[in-house]
Design a protein around this ligand. Structure first.
Ligand code: DLL
Length: 432
């Protein structure tokens, strides 16, 4: 079954619809969002300049930093009283990106997730166990709204309570399991430990995403749970999960193109690239009411194809995310930037500004360590002082990122020096 007629429009029909929506939304942000109004005025761009779809390229790109600058509500396109829900990308302090939803936006969100769930044969007969966190993270609520829209039974168990997850999987006869790939692998191991025979449970599909993964990980998940696993893509700034989702073909993710306009650009020259060319994914919200983001640089590396898909949908597909153009990493599902760690380190005396972040997955769960060089004084100081400094680093970083780091203080001048861009992050997980 195909959920919405917009998923099967001809390219001409779709482009006509996209153009209408684009013209409308550009006018709306120009009139209602001081950030866009100022930016477009500076560049001498007016809503009337959008006469055909390609004219989108006249509009400047929007970055995460632009949104941070607009923190907290300056990017909203409606009066704040129309916003009925808020989510946020990451970071427990500092300046995270705030995403605001009107009632209409929540309907839109449930619509795109409903389309994706339907793509893989999920319907009102299904029992969906949603292990994504319910909170500021968009994973929990986004999947929840979409599941309810199609009339499925949703179990909002959220993340954690891992043994209980397995019990519920079995007892409530879950048919669809939603998790991040790393959490799914962990749950599979746990089930094995508990002696649960995963062959004889009711699972028919798995939905996974929110972080980078390899085909080996997908194979392992599918073998462990004896069910096909489908990729879900999304990001807080645009809406959350549901921007693009995989159909049964498992060959790229269908973008709800009447709602999100995708482009691929060369991240250096910002030039728009053609079909099947790999580059940075840029997405425009064509419909969002509360927070309409135009040409958002996702920093995710992908490509777009319009080739017909065996499922019958005519919407473009993006390829699985291959990596990022910036230094953002996701650890245990949380997005962090070295700059957040740097900010925390600046608050601590007696250390040098040289550090390295190392991410590992020794068994199944991510671990993150920071190595920081001690100052000469600290190095010759008492052990008590060393412990105090370590504690401070750990606390400040946790405060900034929400993650607990293992802290190692090393001798002065012990970390590698570079003559170019310092390599701050060493990701030993090999995720792409
Ligand atoms: O991760 C939304 C989401 C929730 C997607 C649940 C899928 C399932 P953020 O926390 O804002 O939102 O992180 C967005 O995560 O720019 C990508 O770098 C990465 N990401 C999301 N989905 C995938 C995926 C949610 N399927 C950032 N594959 C994005 C690889 C992904 N990376």
């Amino acid at each position: 079954m195909i959920w919405a007629k917009e998923e099967t429009l001809s390219r001409e029909e779709l482009e006509e619809l996209q153009l209408k929506k684009l013209q409308k939304i550009v006018k709306r942000v120009y009139d209602n969002v001081p950030y866009y109004h100022k930016k477009y005025r500076e560049l001498n761009i007016f809503p009337e300049d959008i006469q055909q779809l390609e004219d989108i390229q006249k509009l400047p790109l929007t970055t995460k930093d632009d949104l941070r600058e607009a923190y907290p509500f300056k990017i909203f396109a409606v009066d704040q009283k129309k916003i009925i829900e808020i989510h946020s990308s990451s970071g427990t302090s500092g300046k995270p990106v705030i995403s605001g939803y009107t009632k209409k936006d929540l309907d839109l969100w449930s619509e795109v997730v409903a389309r994706g769930l339907t793509m893989v044969g999920i319907d009102e007969n299904d029992v969906i166990q949603n292990t994504h966190g319910y909170g500021l993270f968009t994973g929990g609520f986004g999947i929840h709204y979409g599941s309810q829209k199609i009339g499925a039974t949703v179990i909002p168990i959220s993340t954690g309570q891992s043994r209980r997850q397995i019990e519920i999987l079995k007892d409530l006869k879950t048919t669809v399991f939603i998790f991040t790939p790393s959490y799914g692998i962990y749950l599979g191991e746990l089930a094995k430990e508990e002696g649960i025979d995963l062959k004889n449970i009711n699972l028919k599909a798995i939905g996974f995403g929110a972080e980078m993964w390899t085909e080996e990980m997908r194979n392992k998940i599918e073998k462990t749970f004896h069910a096909p696993a489908y990729n879900i893509y999304g990001l807080t700034e645009l809406i959350g999960p549901g921007v693009a989702m995989e159909c049964k073909a498992q060959n790229g993710l269908h973008v709800s193109e009447d709602i999100f306009y995708p482009e691929i650009i060369d991240s250096k020259t910002e030039e728009v690239l053609g079909e099947n060319k790999e580059g940075e994914l840029v997405i425009t919200n064509l419909e969002r009411e509360g927070m309409a983001i135009i040409r958002f640089r996702t920093k995710d590396i992908s490509s777009i194809t319009h080739e017909p898909c065996f499922c019958g949908r005519t919407t473009a597909r993006i390829s699985k995310i291959k990596g990022r153009t910036d230094d953002m990493i996701k650890v245990k599902g949380v997005s962090i930037f070295p700059s957040q760690v740097e900010k925390a380190l600046l608050k601590v005396n007696n250390i040098e500004p040289n550090y390295q972040i190392i991410v590992r997955r020794p068994k199944l769960m991510d671990e993150v360590e920071i190595k920081v060089e001690a100052s000469k004084e600290l190095f010759f100081d008492e052990i008590k002082e060393m412990i105090r400094v370590k504690r401070m680093i750990k606390d400040y970083i946790e405060n900034e990122t929400g993650l607990i780091f293992k802290v190692s203080i090393v001798e002065p001048k012990n970390l590698p020096r570079s003559d170019g861009k310092a390599k701050r992050v060493i990701d030993e997980r090999n995720l792409c």
